[in-house]
Design a protein around this ligand. Structure first.
Ligand code: CO8
Length: 261
């Protein structure tokens, strides 16, 4: 596995564990860290050994405390647009990886950190997690998709409440509004994330990829077009070796042995 300056990365049992590690800035995303995330997610996409990803923050206090404020301070208008698009491109790659990405939110997920978590397939939080979009307190607005994904995830009114106040919510409240999908004791967060992925891995890898493609590909379309996307992807699943195996195994009352084809 490659060595990174601001990421700890390990691969075991098909799970790529990525820890963002910039303790002096509560794991805030500077350009270097974003470049490294881009690189490691390119690896995750291309590697057959990687079946799923857990993205978390190093240490006990922070997932990611935002984009690096010291770098934002130096941006002019055009650089701001470029830097926002740069991060948005990487986050979109994470969202459309075609493999399940769990955001294991182990502390602060603020600004760009909350936006990063929202780009993942699911969000699991530890009891000490705090999430929010505090950009307005800095005279900024979110630039890595926060004004768009938060609305889609929790609805316009609740999103605007968070975006306009800059308030943080704790794990319980984040769960209640649908910003996180489960809450675990801090010490169990990574284990529970692994357990979830292992449950996913028991299913057909092809079918799971097609579910991700159908959800991500259909989300922004009007219903008839989205249903056509689903029908096409259903057809691919129906014609697959995994479907033949899964259905045969069901009828023979045995466990399936999926090949991912
Ligand atoms: N960037 C850079 N450094 C940071 C950041 C950050 N986002 N967050 C914390 N740090 C640094 C602090 O400056 C401090 O450094 P030092 O020890 O050198 O003073 C160190 O981390 C520890 O932080 P604190 O002492 O503040 O720790 P506390 O426990 O007292 O507070 C908080 C923790 C509440 C998380 C607090 O640090 C905080 O409010 N941080 C800022 C959170 C924030 O506003 N995030 C949003 C940033 S803007 C953004 O993400 C926009 C995204 C889109 C950008 C698009 C284009 C660029």
């Amino acid at each position: 596995m490659k060595n990174y300056e601001n990421l700890n990365v390990s691969l075991s049992e098909g799970i790529l564990l990525i820890e963002i590690n910039r303790p002096k800035a509560l794991n805030a995303l500077n350009r270097k860290t974003l470049e490294e995330l881009d690189d490691v997610f390119n690896f995750a996409r291309g590697s057959d050994e990687v079946m799923g990803v857990i993205l978390t923050g190093a240490g006990d206090k922070s997932f990611v405390a935002g984009a690096d404020i010291t770098e934002i301070k130096k941006l002019n208008t055009y650089e701001g647009i470029e830097f926002a698009k740069f991060g948005q491109g990487i986050f979109r790659k994470i969202e459309t990886l075609g493999k399940v990405v769990v955001a294991a939110i182990n502390g602060f997920a603020l600004g760009g950190g909350c936006e990063l978590a929202m780009s993942c397939s699911v969000r699991f939080a530890s009891e000490n997690a705090k999430l929010g979009q505090p950009e307005v307190k800095l005279g900024l607005i979110p630039g890595y998709g926060g004004t768009q994904r938060l609305v889609r995830l929790i609805g316009k009114g609740r999103a605007l409440k968070l975006l306009l106040t800059g308030d943080m919510v704790d794990a319980k409240e984040a769960f209640e509004v649908g910003l996180v999908d489960a809450v675990f004791p801090h010490e169990n967060l990574i284990e529970e994330s692994k357990k979830f992925l292992k449950r996913v891995f028991k299913n057909s890898p092809l079918a799971c990829k097609l579910v991700l493609d159908a959800v991500n590909g259909g989300e922004e379309l009007e219903l008839d077009a989205a249903l056509q996307v689903e029908a096409n992807l259903f057809g691919i699943s129906a014609g697959s070796q995994d479907a033949k195996e899964g259905i045969t195994a069901f009828l023979e009352k045995r466990s399936p042995n999926f090949s991912g084809k």
